[in-house]
Design a protein around this ligand. Structure first.
Ligand code: ATP
Ligand code: MG
Ligand code: MG
Ligand code: MG
Length: 477
């Protein structure tokens, strides 16, 4: 089942059940405190909080998302992309827990030839919030799930809030069990790659106050209008339905991965680290393409900086695969071809998008070249002086001034039989990080004041954290 097919089935299923189909919002929110759309709920925030009346009682959509805080997982877990599509169904004061559970279960397990996904009920598990007896009873009644496949979990995973006083509520998540070949038999609570979370149902029913952290708050009352917010990962469903190992092997992503393999002459599946690099390339090329198409351009701060880092990480991964020549012209074209049926603007906007991508690659390849010259000279001097360790401040200078990644410095030094004074490098990075954090804090304070959704700072902060981390320690390249 192609990704486009799952996308269409989802929307048709909910359209037949009186949901208004809403187009995806941009990856770039109007709110300056929100870096990117990180979940399907972001464009619905004003309706969910009751700030604005919802123009419909039920809606469904497939929302483009970017999550930079998942970047370290990319290629290493089967299920985390920096770009992905979250399908959602929404009820604003209309159906509640029963409706949400009923729809999700029927769409997942109903017969394929009737427009559903046809998963076997035996492969599915659910989690509920520890005190949500109502949800437990509904899962038993509607899905016929036995007690042992309904796990009760706490506030850290199964309670949704904005991190601010206001609307909140328990979640129930649906997981697919990939079987004993992928890990131990303990259900989603074991938290390994055997159980893949596919759908999160949020039941907004509580009013919370005295919020001290994600798990420390008081439930002070019921919401006057209860809402449903759900999010299902399109790529996760696609990889499970397509019988492949992970989301980088689905029809919308795999062509780029294959091209990375072809260009590097390294077979996919032969070496774990190479496989991770190919998956990183496939993921980051797609995220970059989608960000460019939503109007982000590479730059040194904010959203543009994230885009730049994603592209540079892809270039770096290709280099580690042994390719030193430009590859974006073919990689981006392959990603466009795989994505354009869902997003036709990729084809119509191609000349603009590709110009930015190709220029970025050219510049970074030059950076790498310039850095290599400086590094080679430093390595010669080190050896000439009879030392075996490259000075930390040289590694830092390369990183800071030339944008030359530390892992590249380490690798090249190692090839020449030298080590790098890593502790000195880390100390200098730590000092720089503190400066960057202080800067970011000052900036965020200023931005938060302008926020239209003051109480939704949590959403912004989640995204900002990813950004700060990326910027501060330069881990990305
Ligand atoms: P996980 O625990 O696997 O990281 P999550 O709990 O962070 O997922 P939610 O915030 O509940 O995810 O998002 C709703 C759904 O979106 C998830 O159930 C999953 O199917 C999908 N999803 C979330 N993050 C990603 C991602 N980085 N890549 C692909 N799909 C994702
Ligand atoms: Mg997550
Ligand atoms: Mg989760
Ligand atoms: Mg979740």
């Amino acid at each position: 089942m192609q990704t486009a097919e799952i996308h269409d089935r989802f929307l048709r299923y909910f359209e037949r059940r009186d949901h208004t189909i809403v187009p995806s919002a941009s990856l770039v929110s109007d709110d300056p405190t929100i870096m990117f759309t990180i979940a399907g709920m972001v464009p619905f925030i004003p309706y969910l909080t009751g700030q604005e009346p919802a123009p419909y009682a039920r809606a469904a959509d497939v929302q483009k998302c970017i999550r930079t805080n998942d970047i370290e997982e990319v290629g290493r877990t089967p299920r985390h992309g920096t770009f992905f599509q979250m399908t959602g169904n929404w009820s604003f004061g209309d159906y509640f827990k029963r409706g949400a559970i009923q729809y999700a279960w029927e769409f997942l397990t109903g017969p394929e030839d009737d427009g559903n996904l046809g998963f076997s009920p035996d492969d599915l598990w659910v989690t509920v919030f520890e005190t949500d007896d109502e949800a437990v009873a509904l899962w038993k009644e509607i899905a016929g799930l036995p007690e042992e496949r309904i796990q009760r979990l706490g506030r850290d995973t199964n309670y949704w809030s904005t991190g601010q006083p206001g609307p909140a509520g328990p979640c129930s998540e649906i997981f697919f069990d990939r079987g004993p070949a992928y890990g131990i038999d303990g259900g989603p609570a074991t938290d390994d790659d055997r159980y893949v979370e596919i759908w999160n149902l949020v039941f907004m029913q509580d009013q919370i106050a005295d919020v001290r952290s994600k798990t420390e708050f008081r439930i002070v009352g019921d919401l006057p209008a209860r809402n449903i917010d759900t999010g299902m990962g399109l790529e996760r469903i696609a990889f499970l339905k397509q019988g492949v190992e992970n989301m980088y092997e689905i029809d919308q992503v795999r062509p780029v991965l294959d091209l990375a393999s072809e260009l590097s002459g390294r077979a996919y599946g032969a070496d774990h680290e190479d496989d991770v690099r190919m998956r990183v390339v496939a993921d980051h090329v797609r995220s970059s393409l989608m960000l460019l198409s939503d109007g982000v351009t590479p730059g040194n701060e904010g959203r543009g900086y994230i885009l730049r880092r994603l592209m540079r990480r892809a270039i770096r991964a290709m280099r580690l695969l042994g390719v030193h020549e430009p590859t974006f012209p073919t990689l981006f074209a392959a990603s466009r071809d795989a994505m354009q049926s869902a997003y036709p603007e990729l084809a119509t906007e191609w000349s603009r998008l590709s110009r930015f991508a190709f220029a970025e690659e050219e510049t970074f390849l030059k950076t790498l070249e310039a850095g290599s010259t400086v590094l080679d000279a430093a390595l010669e001097t080190t050896k000439g002086d009879g030392r075996v360790q490259l000075a930390g401040d040289t590694a830092f200078l390369l990183h800071d001034t030339y944008g030359f990644p530390i892992d590249l410095t380490l690798e090249i030094a190692e090839e020449q039989g030298l080590t790098v004074d890593r502790s000195a490098f880390d100390r200098l990075m730590g000092e720089q990080r503190s400066r960057a954090k202080a800067d970011a804090k000052a900036k965020r304070g200023a931005l938060a004041d302008r926020s239209v959704y003051g109480e939704f700072r949590a959403v912004g902060e989640t995204t900002f954290l990813g950004y700060e981390e990326l910027e501060a320690d330069g881990q990305v390249v």
